[in-house]
Design a protein around this ligand. Structure first.
Ligand code: SAH
Ligand code: SF4
Ligand code: F3S
Length: 442
């Protein structure tokens, strides 16, 4: 399984492995050993999509080499490129056996059976009427100390630049009961932290036990009651769907981590309108104020697009201004990439060198803010969930509540625990700390 794209694809790859496990498939580390290769793909930017075709070229060589040794290798393309360009994949890469969209992978066993029996490719990229979550196995491989749990899928927002509403379909929410059951299972399997996932996760409105649409704030409150679940996160949120109850939950629930990915894309009202984001910069800033009032140590991250059609220097300056006002802990930023079928794709593009320069300016500012945020933890004591052995001898690694990686010298027995750590040194991409005295001696 080769996975690109967002965390939802990571979750889907895990679930595809769960679906295939009863057929006898287990994950392998290299394609050379694989009876089946699944590419779980991303269509968000041109580069992401093109990667699929170059990888397929390489895998064809593996497929042929294995064939020469008498082995069949089933090649499947899943995910958002499969959904958007299924027919083109089969035209450009006829050696692909299965093309399946993100909403059909519960049918994989049947697709594998058909691909094994028949000549010619199997393609399943409709949006089925049945909900895949109702057909996924209850049994699942453990994810480890930190786990992903998809609770919402799809998007009804139709931002001018974005393929997701076309690749993932309309917004749907899993019911509260199924989400809670899956969370309990993950905790029983050893997970201490769960990140709730959705393309618009805060638009989650799953049905509660009375058959009424619930809210993410309510769900977070219920999940916080699960014994052993220490940390709850959710991503990605749309500013429009951030309701009072969810903001209040940030103040009420210590388990709800004080780090929120809240993409704004641009700080210019003109661009926000062109992007169909349906909020202004001032509304976003007000939302940030309310969140910080509820949870003063809340840190924020965002996504930004520079060079959207029509973006002027003044629009770009407005984005820099918004960034200076918010002060982000981290952020992702991208040069606008025209995507076939999206409204913005038909508009005249802005010059490439201008977009490149703006991206560099923006990224330099965001880098400074990340450094500043990391520096602000220096000298402080912060809780770290230790998750793994570090690269240096005697080192263990984990994350702060704000998702910063932390390295300390300490015993492996602390892995799985949340432990206070004195931050001695902040670097741009991670923190270095020491265990508090009593812990170190214990
Ligand atoms: N649902 C999330 C984001 C999903 S896509 C949201 O609403 O914010 C992740 C990020 O990719 C987006 O936030 C956006 O910044 C970026 N992105 C999406 N389409 C893009 C495009 N055509 N060109 C460049 N970046 C894009
Ligand atoms: Fe894409 Fe906009 Fe939907 Fe996010 S809200 S997934 S950016 S269309
Ligand atoms: Fe990419 Fe699809 Fe996720 S386009 S970002 S894998 S929803």
């Amino acid at each position: 399984m080769i996975t690109w794209g967002c965390q939802m694809n990571v979750y889907d790859s895990g679930r595809m492995a769960d679906v295939l496990a009863p057929l006898g498939y287990t994950p392998t580390a290299t394609p050379d050993d694989a009876d089946m290769i699944i590419l779980n793909t991303c269509h968000i930017r041109d580069k992401a999509a093109e990667k699929v075709f170059s990888e397929l070229g390489r895998l064809r060589v593996v497929q042929e080499a294995r064939k020469a040794e008498g082995h069949r290798t089933i090649l499947a393309v899943a995910g958002c490129v499969a959904q958007a360009e299924g027919a083109e994949i089969l035209a450009r890469a006829p050696f692909v056996d299965i093309v399946l969209g993100p909403q059909t992978y519960h049918r994989l066993p049947e697709m594998v059976a058909r691909a094994t029996r028949a000549a010619g490719a199997v393609i399943e990229t409709d949006f089925p009427t049945e909900d895949k979550f109702d057909h996924l196995p209850n049994a699942a491989a453990p994810q480890g100390l930190t786990a992903f749990l998809t609770i919402q899928e799809g998007c009804d927002k139709f931002c001018s630049f974005c393929v997701v509403p076309y690749t993932r379909g309309a917004e749907t929410s899993r019911s509260e009961a199924t989400v809670i059951a899956e969370a309990r299972r993950l905790v029983a399997q050893g997970s201490r932290e769960i990140t709730l996932l959705g393309q618009n996760v805060n638009a989650w409105h799953g049905l509660d036990e009375n058959g009424q649409p619930s809210t993410l704030g309510q769900l977070a409150r219920k999940l916080a009651g699960i014994e052993g679940l220490e940390r709850i996160r959710y991503t990605t949120s749309h500013p429009r769907d951030m309701d009072d109850d969810l903001i209040a939950a940030h103040g009420d629930l210590p388990a709800l981590m004080p780090f929120l990915h809240l993409p704004v894309q641009s700080g210019s009202d003109r661009m926000l309108a062109a992007m169909n984001r349906k909020h202004t910069a001032a509304e976003y800033l007000h939302l940030v104020e309310r969140l910080r009032a509820a949870r003063p140590d809340l840190a924020l991250s965002s996504d930004f697009i520079v060079g959207h059609p029509g973006e002027t220097e003044a629009d770009f300056e407005a984005t820099l201004d918004l960034i200076r006002t918010v002060k982000y802990a981290s952020a992702f930023s991208f040069k606008y990439s025209p995507r076939p079928g999206t409204p913005a794709a038909g508009l005249p593009p802005i010059a490439d060198d201008i977009a490149d320069r703006r991206l560099q300016t923006l990224q330099a500012l965001l880098r400074d803010q990340t450094t500043e945020f990391n520096d602000s933890k220096s000298g402080q004591t912060v809780d770290v969930l230790f998750t793994h052995v570090g690269r240096q001898p005697g080192q263990i690694g984990g994350r702060t509540p704000w998702l910063q990686p932390v390295h300390v010298l300490g015993p492996e027995s602390l892995i799985g625990q949340i432990v206070p750590v004195h931050i001695a040194q902040a670097r741009p991409s991670s923190l270095y700390g020491t265990l508090l005295e009593e812990r170190a001696c214990a």
